[in-house]
Design a protein around this ligand. Structure first.
Ligand code: PMV
Length: 309
């Protein structure tokens, strides 16, 4: 029996821009997935035959990494699916880590790189932010700029992203999960058309880059009020590049009305989730619960992907 646990993730600042090499900040969260893998007589997931469509990330991980006997895989998840909270990245990193561990051991870097390849295969355009965050834990900044101190770099189709560790202060973040499923590939494609054809979109991404740098500084200084303002400005840019929706706007407004210093889309947008920060997280969560599918208060996960044999 091999068990792997991986955290989900939220993007604090800079989603979409990161696809084009702009900086983004992401944090691993206290909601997690677990995968238990055992040698078996046929491939199954949660006692059903492995389904190429339903279990596409698991199928691709097996194709890339496993040539042994069939496997019986059982998964448990605290992360709502298609919610922009990294459920696919977390399941992928957990399975990849477990398969490496069953062969000859794993490193977080190897897990991040293979998991990104799988995510890229399935989604088309993607940055390595989700899989690197789930693998590393705590928080990371992803950027095309090479500076000292990166933990690993990942290249694909002529783009290279450098992954920098970021020490998160102790912080509670409220998540509101909308009733609309996040459709990352289609929103990423829609934004890419806008970026390709409009200098306005490029200006917005440049503005977002400055906000991410300011946000990093505010977090280092533990200035949550300032960080909240920056989240609000980042949300406005995401709205302007077409990543929001009526549902998301409603949730962002609800969080702000309940006292959030800042609220924004997290992840690709359209549907999915929002994040909010403020002094009274319970109040923000309760207000969101009345309007959305579910709401949580999360803290940073410190460990990233882990395996037991
Ligand atoms: O998978 P999501 O919804 O958390 O979105 C990931 C963030 C994007 O920047 C929109 C895409 C990417 O791969 O970086």
């Amino acid at each position: 029996m091999t068990v792997a646990i991986s955290p989900g993730k939220i993007i604090l600042l800079g989603e979409h821009g990161v696809v084009y090499g702009k900086p983004a900040l992401a944090m691993a969260i206290s909601l997690k997935v677990a995968a238990d893998i055992e040698i078996s007589s046929s491939y199954t997931v949660n006692s059903r035959p492995l389904d190429e469509k339903k279990h596409i990330y698991i199928k691709k991980a097996i194709e890339k990494l496993w040539d042994g006997e069939p496997l019986s895989i059982t998964t448990f998840s605290q992360i709502p699916s298609a919610s922009g909270l990294g459920s696919s990245a977390a399941i992928t990193t957990a399975i990849v880590a477990a398969l490496f561990a069953m062969k000859n051991g794993f490193s977080k870097e190897k897990v991040a790189k293979y998991s990104f390849e799988i995510e890229y295969d399935v989604q088309g355009m993607a940055s390595p932010i989700d899989t690197s965050t789930c693998s590393y834990g705590n928080a990371i900044m992803v950027w095309k700029k090479e500076k000292e101190g990166y933990i690993w770099k990942i290249s694909k189709n002529g783009s290279t992203w450098y992954i920098y560790p970021f020490e998160m202060p102790e912080i509670n973040i409220v998540i509101g999960v909308s009733n609309i499923k996040s459709k990352t590939p289609s929103i990423v494609k829609k934004v890419s058309k806008f970026v390709e054809h409009s200098s306005f979109a490029k200006d917005l991404l440049n503005e977002m880059e400055l906000l991410v740098m300011e946000g990093v500084k505010a977090l280092r200084q533990k200035d949550i009020v300032k960080f909240g303002e920056i989240m609000n400005q980042n949300h406005k840019i995401l709205y302007n590049i077409g990543a929001s929706s009526r549902e998301i706007e409603k949730l962002v407004a609800t969080a702000r009305k309940a006292g959030a210093y800042g609220a924004k889309i997290t992840g690709a947008g359209g549907g999915g989730s929002i994040i909010a920060i403020g002094d009274d997280c319970e109040r923000i969560m309760e207000a969101l619960k009345e309007k959305c599918k579910d709401a949580y208060i999360v803290t940073p996960d410190k460990e990233g992907v882990k395996v037991w044999k």
